[in-house]
Design a protein around this ligand. Structure first.
Ligand code: FAD
Length: 69
């Protein structure tokens, strides 16, 4: 199969790029070495609590459009 883009890593950047490129009709292959997506912002549910596995993250924006996205 042919692809327009090969994205290495399904973190915030790779996942967003792949999503936007696919929306525009591009064929994208994403490879990820970890067993989950989201890169360093990944959270894992432990006893009903979302634990930030790679360190605490705060989403710094007051922009509603960005937040909703
Ligand atoms: C402890 C900590 C706290 C932070 N706190 C904040 C915060 O409060 N607010 C904020 O805005 N930002 C914060 N950041 C920064 C934020 O995590 C990054 O800006 C953001 O996650 C970067 O996204 P990224 O997609 O560029 O990279 P990453 O999230 O690093 O994703 C890269 C992905 O690529 C994969 N990968 C790498 N090499 C390969 C390979 N050879 N093959 C396949 N896959 C590969 C990795 O496994 C990973 O999943 C923090 C970062 C850390 C480490």
């Amino acid at each position: 199969m042919n692809y327009d883009y090969l994205v290495v890593g399904a973190g915030l950047f790779g996942a967003t790029f792949a999503y936007e490129a696919a929306k525009r009709g591009k064929r994208v292959k994403v490879i990820e070495k970890r067993d989950h997506i989201a890169g360093n912002i990944y959270t894992k549910e432990v006893d009903g609590i979302q634990v930030h596995q790679y360190g605490a993250h705060i989403f710094h924006t007051s922009n509603k459009e960005v937040w909703d996205y």
